[in-house]
Design a protein around this ligand. Structure first.
Ligand SMILES: *Cc1c(COP(=O)(O)O)cnc(C)c1O
Length: 461
């Protein structure tokens, strides 16, 4: 891209008086716009010809990286391939041009989509009913905790204000509990990365009467299956609390096992993660919340209308196009892919918990700690080789976390190529550490000062 000609900002290409449009003759020229409705100064708009505008934006769009450009191993986010047919279904004008205030008799097809999706999600999760109103996973967590709070209040039990959250949990879990006016009690992980039963028993014996719920994701944030779930649900139900399932990691359980069968009472799913919606850059999302029988009446209204309908449409198209048989392959294939990558890299990257993982796993930086090359350096060097970086410095349990989630759609060749590059970077870290530490070298912008960017963001020119 020729930056000088096509510019970083469209304003840099502006020439006073340059026009990219022509309008028909103004038939209202005689009409006086009332003074009070006129702006005092001209709007500050860039003035460019059409071709310059087209090239400027087209060239910038080529700097985007998405699942459709290349391998995107961003752990925790389930950046999986979104089949084109799902986009086509969501974009059908019969659905996309509906208005939320239309009379119900004119939107029966859309309502049928909602109810088909609800039935499909109930059968995948073992829940009784779903609300589609939450717009994201975090919004679903808040909704779910409100359901739990409403349930306790309906029994005049107002002392249950505590929510148990594992120390490995996603940050939204404690945040949602706090927003819901509940108090977070952290339960520790043991050395094999699972919830410590010992610590949980202590919490339950000390504060059982004030426990409203326990939030868990399974597989957990380290990509490990929480095999003690039956014992955990027994403990929590035993003291009168409810179990909340954070379904952001539902992908590997797809068609294999169900949170409802594990004893969870309330759950959310991230349709934009496990059910096919492109979700880079923060949206769009949908975090439907499911409840077991007997909790439907506590579902609050957390947004107007029927939720993020286009995301729901993609989810239904995704489920139907896989079909009852293939849906069962999502979990096993995502698990196989993650284990394949992990096993072929664990001699050069530090694997703190050497166990069979589910859909994702976490390295704690390079195995050879003497090189001084950090997880940040490896992530930046991956960009040079045309890969999106994994999730880094999360989860917080390790200093140099690098969380990799390949997802189920990737071919063996793609995984092998990624493994080669990761091994190459590990070798570079030993032979020419400076090249890795000063990466990226091939991207339009070099290494940014992310601390400065966070503390003093410049969001306009
Ligand atoms: C992504 C994620 C969330 C939050 O979901 P959003 O849709 O981003 O709000 C919660 N928990 C886990 C484990 C996640 O990976």
């Amino acid at each position: 891209m020729n930056n000088k000609l096509y510019g970083n900002l469209i304003f840099e290409l502006s020439h006073k008086g340059r026009r990219g449009y022509s309008l028909p003759k103004n038939v209202f020229a005689e009409y006086e716009v009332p003074h009070a409705m006129r702006r005092a100064e001209d709007a500050q708009l860039p003035e460019c010809d059409e071709l310059t505008v087209v090239r400027h934006y087209t060239n910038h769009s080529a700097n985007n990286f998405g699942v459709n450009n290349g391998f995107y191993p961003l752990g925790s986010c389930t950046m999986k391939y979104n089949p084109i047919i799902d986009e086509e279904m969501a974009n059908m004008p019969q659905f996309s041009s509906l208005h939320p205030l239309q009379p119900e008799s004119t939107v029966e097809g859309a309502l049928e989509v909602c109810s088909m999706l609800e039935r499909a999600l109930c059968s995948l999760t073992g829940m009784q009913a779903f609300t589609f109103r939450p717009y994201a996973g975090a919004h679903g967590e808040l909704t779910g905790l409100m359901i739990i709070r409403n349930y306790h209040e309906s029994r005049s039990d107002t002392v249950r204000k505590k929510v148990i959250v594992p120390d490995s949990a996603h940050g939204t879990n404690p945040a949602s509990a706090a927003v819901c006016g509940l108090e977070v009690v952290e339960v520790k992980s043991n050395t094999d990365g699972l919830v410590s039963l010992c610590d949980l028993e202590r919490i339950v014996s000390e504060e059982g009467d004030s426990i409203a719920a326990m939030m868990m994701t399974n597989p957990n944030t380290l990509g490990l299956f929480e095999k003690n779930i039956p014992l955990i649900t027994e403990l929590i139900h035993g003291c009168g609390g409810l179990m909340y399932y954070d379904g952001a990691n539902f992908n590997p359980m797809f068609g294999v096992c169900r949170p409802g069968d594990m004893g969870f009472d309330v759950c959310h799913l991230n349709l934009h993660k496990s059910f096919s919606t492109p979700h880079g850059g923060g949206g769009p999302g949908s975090g439907p919340v499911g409840v077991r029988e007997g909790l439907q009446q506590y579902i609050p209204v957390v947004s107007p209308y029927h939720g993020n309908f286009a995301v729901m449409m993609r989810a239904l198209a995704y489920i139907l196009s896989l079909g009852r048989e293939n849906v069962k392959m999502v979990g096993p294939l995502s698990t196989l892919n993650a284990n394949y990558v992990k096993e072929l890299l664990k001699d050069v990257f530090e694997l703190p918990i050497d166990d069979r993982c589910m859909h994702e796993f976490v390295f704690d930086g390079l195995k050879d700690k003497s090189t001084g090359v950090t997880t940040m350096d490896v992530a930046k060097r991956l960009l040079d080789y045309g890969y999106h970086a994994p999730t880094i410095y999360f989860p917080l349990l390790f200093h140099e976390s690098m969380m990799i989630e390949p997802t189920e759609n990737e071919s063996k060749e793609t995984l092998d190529a990624f493994i080669d590059v990761m091994r190459k970077i590990a070798a570079e870290a030993v032979a020419e550490a400076d090249v890795v530490k000063s990466a990226p070298h091939n991207t339009p912008i070099g290494r940014v000062d992310d601390v400065l960017a966070a503390k003093h963001p410049v969001v306009k020119c």
